[in-house]
Unconditional design. Structure first.
Length: 456
């Protein structure tokens, strides 16, 4: 029997060494997701003269963004536009929005993303209604090592009920985490009871002024979550009581005290974010919101049409009864289901790209203390496969849209042979940081991003 020697480590995979010679020159780079980060990747690839294809599961670009289209971002336009995309747009005569204005999700799509998608260098390469169902290497399953780097990727996609195969020389997964919400359960576990009550549970920020308005009038509604998404939700619900006072709002969060959720208020470096803290502070003080904190939810059950939460309040068993609707703002998580045949390295706790985990862990960082990073930190054991954007952060809430733009700039530079540019840091943020808050009233390790939008 021949001696067999293990040559690879799943924990310390070999450093990738690319060359300026383009591999599989006839094949495109596949970008999954036509949101802000995916389209930024397309813009950088187009600028570099690289062949690419953008695969979007939804019927339009920015499909997921439109689902929270009524919500304002905390960061102004200045930090929401990718540099390469801006350059291509301005060559077409595009007038950029004012730098200091705060867009809604809908405005981000209509005034920016849709314009990028219409660029002649990008439009022909976008496939809508195309869902990626699996990715692998051509003719090889994940166990096979021999010649692995010398065969292309194969993406299996569902295009309106028909399965197609697309070959690619590299893959950039920019699908984000929207659509995979976390459970309300404090242990993070999805129970059958929670799944069965989907008609009385809303995940995200409802559009109170439009299609979800009638759903909550006259109800007792519990909002679950301690971040800015939950605050936004409560403020939207409170607008219904400006004309009618029969809506009862309950706020359930895990923080030691509700004051931790207010943030810097008028001292906040971002005015829009500070105003949220001030407004929710006033609303709680007025008695319009009933607060339970720290409360940990163990299960939910239905009792004669109403909902009952069982858990612990300040360490003691406690149930909250008589609820008509629950709105859950507990963040989201990535979907790795279609990556089972790709060699990836994911952190066990954050579910982020493993190398990023110590840099972004919300137990240790806010998005203002995450240092810039690029291709090298995003490398996977599978050569030329990258997870970028919010998905690269897994379940951590410290992601910035501007950080995602820097990620794809670096990755595309590497894929096109410009290794020096790939190593450089070109993230341009103000001295205070778009998200950092250095205030005595805010813990330095408290996440400050909007976990719904992935931006501050």
């Amino acid at each position: 029997m021949k001696n067999q020697t293990a040559c690879c480590s799943t924990d310390n995979f070999p450093v990738q060494i690319n060359s300026k010679k383009k591999e599989f020159p006839s094949l495109p780079v596949a970008v999954i997701g036509a949101g802000p980060i995916g389209l930024a990747a397309a813009a950088h690839l187009a600028k570099a003269g690289e062949k690419f294809i953008v695969l979007e599961a939804g019927p339009s670009v920015g499909h997921h963004v439109l689902e929270w289209g009524h919500v304002h971002l905390f960061s102004p336009w200045q930090y929401n536009i990718d540099k390469a995309a801006r350059e291509l747009l301005e060559k077409q005569g595009w007038d950029a929005p004012f730098n200091n204005e705060l867009p809604t999700g809908k405005e981000l799509v209509e005034d920016y993303l849709s314009k990028v998608a219409e660029l002649p260098q990008i439009k022909p390469s976008i496939q809508l209604n195309t869902k990626v169902i699996s990715i692998g290497k051509k003719g090889l399953d994940k166990m096979k090592l021999a010649n692995r780097e010398n065969v292309p990727f194969v993406l299996y996609v569902d295009n309106q009920g028909v399965t197609e195969q697309i070959e690619a020389k590299a893959v950039i997964d920019a699908t984000g985490t929207w659509g995979q919400p976390n459970s309300m359960n404090s242990a993070g576990v999805w129970t059958e009871e929670e799944k069965s009550l989907e008609n009385q549970i809303f995940y995200g920020i409802p559009n109170i002024n439009d299609k979800e308005r009638e759903r909550f009038i006259g109800k007792r509604v519990a909002v679950i979550g301690g971040g800015h998404s939950a605050i936004n939700t409560i403020l939207e619900l409170s607008k219904l009581n400006e004309k009618r006072s029969d809506l009862k709002i309950t706020w359930i969060l895990r923080k030691k005290n509700v004051e931790e959720a207010y943030g810097g208020e008028e001292k906040d470096a971002l005015q829009a974010r500070g105003e949220l803290g001030t407004r929710i502070h006033q609303l709680v003080n007025s008695g319009q919101v009933q607060v339970y904190t720290p409360y940990r939810i163990y299960n939910v059950e239905q009792n004669e049409g109403s909902l009952k939460l069982n858990g612990e309040l300040e360490g003691e068993s406690f149930s909250i009864e008589g609820l008509d609707e629950l709105i859950v703002n507990t963040g989201s998580r990535p979907d790795f289901s279609y990556l089972s045949e790709v060699r990836i390295n994911i952190d066990a706790a954050t579910e982020s790209v493993r190398t990023l985990a110590p840099l972004i862990d919300p137990n240790l960082h806010s998005c203002g203390t995450v240092r810039p990073h690029g291709e090298e930190e995003l490398r996977q054991p599978e050569k030329n496969f990258y997870i970028v954007g919010m998905k690269s952060y897994g379940r951590a809430s410290t992601f910035l849209m501007a950080t995602g733009y820097e990620q794809v700039r670096s990755v595309v530079a590497y894929l096109t042979g410009d290794f020096e540019a790939a190593k450089n840091v070109e993230l341009d943020l103000p001295e205070t940081g778009v998200c950092s808050v250095n205030l005595s009233s805010t813990k330095k390790d408290e996440p400050c991003c909007n976990t719904t939008t992935g931006s501050c």
